[in-house]
Ligand binder design. Structure first.
Ligand SMILES: NC(=O)C1=CN([C@@H]2O[C@H](COP(=O)(O)OP(=O)(O)OC[C@H]3O[C@@H](n4cnc5c(N)ncnc54)[C@H](O)[C@@H]3O)[C@@H](O)[C@H]2O)C=CC1
Ligand SMILES: O=C(O)CCC(=O)C(=O)O
Length: 463
């Protein structure tokens, strides 16, 4: 009995609808109870047939946990420590079925247009602003991330930074490194009894709220959504209300058109004199020249930045004016902590992200499950079992236009459709159907017929 499967057959290679490899299957264990409920003990391992044909490109030093999960599937995994410039990225992405990135690699429409074999993108981080999600969806390319594996790491960093800024620890440490003993208490504070203003009360903001309260701080927050307050935290009606009341202001919003330059000259004017600003969200959220002015004028007593409008692709002495025009001005400021986008860079977070995203990639490549996808509707079917050897799973990603299901059901309706699920998100719909009693010729027919429909975005048949 053959238990293996397919990948989306490459445009140029119909022979991929071939036989099974012998690679062993490593059943993904998901964090999601919804997914766990769908995996029976005798689940039939659906997987792309010829797993050794699946090419994976991992950039930006994705954690070893993730690399291992993908390699154990038998996939061909290429691993690079840094990101790639666009022209090199385009060369590499042409060939791969799966790509794993972190926050630096820009998967724009221009890059994705060249990715003819790509079925799925894994963002081994929280943010997905570096990917053109809509373009990817329009091409039938699923995108997964890790929505909260590094939230605690970021929240802890911010707590540490508030203490560092309030005590001017960065400056004292630099002075000591230069041989200067400078024992001062002027302008140094406890954080107990101070007010933290959290902008964006999502996974990180809420986690930070709990930690800050435990440190004896009052917590206020501003969010576009009406969100339940944790502990004694209070939601502010407007951003200005928050700015006027907070001693420490910290940003935890995603990169969006609405959050670009969200903290600029006008907002600095609204802040209390001697307040502190922390940004560990995205570099576009804070207008850095305006921050430089606010620090020079003494309005802002200290700041910590982890993210920047332009960040280099890899490690090295790149943080200069060529990268960001104000680099030298920024570096000259006192009581300013600069870190190289390390908010989520802890062993705990990176290991957890590696596992979570790699498992999502395997589940998608092998079983078609979109659970947790950020740009496609979530569709999951319970796994096929070993008692269902002659079944195939049809995945049809299509334009969300009237009449498609009728056409699809005309094709698959002659067969025994055991189960079927479909959902849409915007202009794109995702259909999965398990069909019993099919042979190789039928599978090929199904594939060819679905591919010929004008609504088609991508067809895959797993068996
Ligand atoms: N420095 C680092 O290494 C890391 C940075 N990040 C960044 O932090 C961001 C936030 O992460 P999470 O808390 O996990 O995201 P989240 O999605 O859980 O929360 C974001 C919150 O911001 C709110 N929001 C969106 N637009 C807003 C606006 N205009 N004004 C006020 N609130 C708004 C949302 O309603 C949501 O509650 C990520 O998008 C990512 O860019 C995340 C992890 C690590
Ligand atoms: O660790 C990284 O590379 C990126 C962290 C981050 O900014 C995120 O998770 O959104």
């Amino acid at each position: 009995m053959s238990i293996a499967r397919d990948i989306r057959p490459r445009q140029d290679d119909a022979s991929l609808l071939a036989t099974s490899p012998n690679a062993s299957f490593h059943s993904p264990s998901s964090h999601s109870s919804a997914f766990n409920r769908t995996v029976p003990v005798n689940a039939k391992p659906l997987k792309p047939f010829a797993t050794e044909d699946i090419k994976v490109l991992l950039l930006e030093n994705v954690n070893q946990t993730g690399r291992e999960i993908l390699s154990q599937q038998g996939y061909q995994v290429e691993f690079l420590k840094s990101s790639l410039p666009e022209d090199q990225l385009i060369e590499k992405i042409r060939d791969v079925h799966v790509i794993g990135i972190r926050s630096k690699t820009k998967l724009t429409a221009r890059v994705l247009k060249e990715a003819k074999n790509l079925i799925v993108i894994g963002c081994f981080c929280i943010g997905t602003n570096q990917v053109d999600l809509q373009y990817a969806a329009d091409q039938g390319i699923a995108v997964f991330n890790s929505p909260f594996s590094n939230s605690r790491s970021v929240a802890e960093l911010v707590i540490g930074e508030m203490v560092m800024l309030a005590r001017q620890l960065g400056d004292r440490s630099s002075e000591m490194h230069a041989g200067t003993w400078n024992k001062v208490s002027n302008g140094c504070w406890e954080i107990r009894g101070k007010t933290i203003g959290i902008i964006g009360y999502g996974h990180i903001g809420a986690q930070l709220s709990v930690l800050a309260e435990a440190m004896g701080m009052s917590v206020i927050y501003y969010d576009v959504l009406n969100i339940m307050s944790l502990g004694t935290a209070r939601q502010m009606k407007t951003l200005d209300d928050l700015l006027a009341e907070a001693d420490f202001i910290t940003c935890h919003v995603p990169e969006l058109a609405e959050t670009k330059g969200m903290i600029g000259q006008k907002q600095f004017e609204k802040m209390k004199k001697g307040s502190y600003l922390i940004n560990a969200s995205r570099g576009t959220v804070v207008d850095i020249p305006a921050l430089i002015d606010a620090m020079r004028s003494g309005k802002v007593a200290g700041a910590a930045l982890d993210v920047y409008p332009n960040e280099p692709a890899g490690n090295g002495d790149y943080f200069n004016n060529d990268l960001n025009a104000w680099g030298a001005d920024l570096r000259s400021l006192k009581n300013l902590i600069l870190t190289p986008h390390i908010g989520g860079s802890t062993e705990e977070a990176q290991k957890a992200i590696g596992v979570e995203v790699a498992q999502a990639l395997v589940r998608y490549a092998n079983e078609g499950s979109t659970l947790g996808a950020v740009n496609l509707p979530e569709v999951v079917l319970r796994s096929l079992t070993m008692d269902e050897p002659d079944h195939a799973r049809v995945i049809y990603i299509h334009k969300n236009i009237p009449g498609v299901l009728r056409k699809v059901n005309e094709i698959i309706g002659d067969h025994n459709v055991d189960k079927q699920m479909t959902d849409s998100r915007g202009d794109v719909a995702y259909l999965m159907a398990d069909i019993s009693n099919v042979d190789a010729a039928t599978i090929k027919d199904l594939y060819t017929s679905l591919e010929s429909l004008p609504s088609r975005i991508m067809t895959r048949v797993l068996y």
